[in-house]
Design a protein around this ligand. Structure first.
Ligand SMILES: *Cc1c(COP(=O)(O)O)cnc(C)c1O
Length: 401
């Protein structure tokens, strides 16, 4: 195989077709740009789905990973390893929470979070079949457990009955959530900013209300910060912006900046629910993955990345507002920091495709929303370039349709 076409044709033969991929083979990254096999440059406003917060080929990050490869890649969780201890210490200090369990993905972080909540309820009363309250249009992952709390028929279709009991309520509708609580409710799970569902931030009163009702009923509150956490919204964790603490938090995506790693983090209440034998993983928190997490925290700090996100996020916000005001087919603009969305009155697929051919990677969130989740290191100049390409793509597409 030596050209792009051959790779793509072979891919369709040997890789299970669960995705309709865009027609290029990406080969390398530098800064906030990706390059395909033919050397074409793409400005990346998707960051591998909100993952590559440091952009591509960050020298210090690469060196830390290479150093860890030279030392030790894997040992299992039967033994302690230095990077995992260091990474967990940084997460607990940054979040003010108690303990960390490392996973290999966001989905697994959700699985663990759900198990912690079930076990917490079980320890109080083992006689009940517990259930979760989850939100409409939520996304928590593709395993049977995470699917159970994913409030989107599209993802569940063909896989029901899914693994765990869940009832759904409207996101940001506190009254409806409260009306769903029964003596079987063991946890309430929500994203602080819904990602896949279309970039919907929680209302402050909603999260405050969830905290209060969970305290009153002794139910665990689980925040899925897999996408909105790790600086993306302009604070290290999105819930910091609201001043509302969860009992369990799920992290992944930006946590390893491309090294596959996730975590669930428990606060005081949930600490102790899971005991030896209750949960495990072979890879989770191995020295290589944990070294990535540890370095990500160091770099976030030394680069002052969170305040950078706030600044450039505000700039992006203003530019997207201007765009919205100049195109009537843009009907809404939502989000914060570097997690923003533009809603159109038509499916955005053709615009995303047009932008791609012009060297800009964008991703959608649902049919009508373009989601902006670039590397956190982007500058105002990158925002300007993105806006100018996006404008051309919108004009081109509205001329066609
Ligand atoms: C991506 C995502 C997940 C699943 O993470 P994976 O690493 O794909 O398993 C869960 N929750 C949210 C909010 C996500 O955005």
């Amino acid at each position: 195989m030596n050209n792009m076409q051959e790779y793509m044709e072979t891919a369709e033969k040997v890789i299970l077709k669960t995705y309709n991929r865009f027609p290029m083979v990406l080969e390398k990254g530098e800064g906030v740009c990706l390059y395909d096999m033919e050397g074409k440059r793409y400005l990346d406003f998707g960051a591998g789905i909100a993952v590559s917060a440091l952009g591509y080929s960050n020298r210090e990050f690469k060196e830390a990973l290479k150093d860890q490869i030279d030392l030790l890649i894997h040992t299992s969780n039967l033994y302690y390893n230095k990077p995992a201890v260091e990474a967990a210490k940084k997460i607990t200090e940054a979040s003010g929470m108690e303990k960390v369990f490392f996973t290999n993905s966001g989905t697994e972080a959700i699985e663990g979070a759900l198990k912690a909540a079930r076990k917490y309820a079980y320890l109080k009363d083992p006689s009940k079949e517990y259930e979760f309250i989850a939100m409409d249009h939520s996304f928590h992952g593709r395993s049977q457990g995470a699917l159970s709390v994913t409030g989107n028929a599209h993802y569940q279709e063909g896989f029901v009955p899914v693994g765990m009991r869940a009832v759904f309520a409207e996101f940001n509708n506190l009254e409806q959530v409260v009306s769903r609580i029964t003596d079987r409710t063991c946890g309430i799970i929500c994203e602080v900013v819904q990602g896949e569902g279309g970039i919907y931030p929680a209302d402050p009163a909603f999260l405050t209300g969830l905290r209060k009702i969970c305290d009153e009923k002794d139910i665990l509150l689980i925040f899925d910060e897999v996408q909105c956490g790790m600086g993306r919204c302009g604070s290290l964790f999105a819930h910091d912006l609201y001043g509302v603490k969860p009992d369990v938090m799920a992290l992944a995506k930006g946590l390893g900046c491309g090294v596959p790693v996730g975590a669930f983090v428990v606060g005081k209440k949930a600490d102790g629910a899971l005991v030896p034998g209750d949960h495990g993983t072979t890879y989770g928190g191995n020295p290589f993955a944990a070294a990535a997490v540890s370095k990500v925290f160091d770099l976030f700090e030394s680069m002052n990345l969170v305040s950078h996100v706030k600044e450039v996020g505000d700039y992006l916000y203003d530019k997207l507002e201007e765009l919205k005001d100049s195109f009537p087919l843009i009907t809404d603009h939502r989000g914060m920091g570097l997690m923003q969305g533009l809603e159109f009155d038509l499916p955005v697929g053709p615009i995303v495709k047009e932008a791609l051919s012009r060297g800009l990677l964008l991703i959608s969130a649902g049919a009508n929303v373009i989601r902006f989740v670039p590397p956190l290191v982007i500058t105002e100049k990158d925002v300007d370039e993105m806006i100018s390409i996006l404008k051309e793509a919108i004009i081109e597409q509205s001329a066609v349709s």
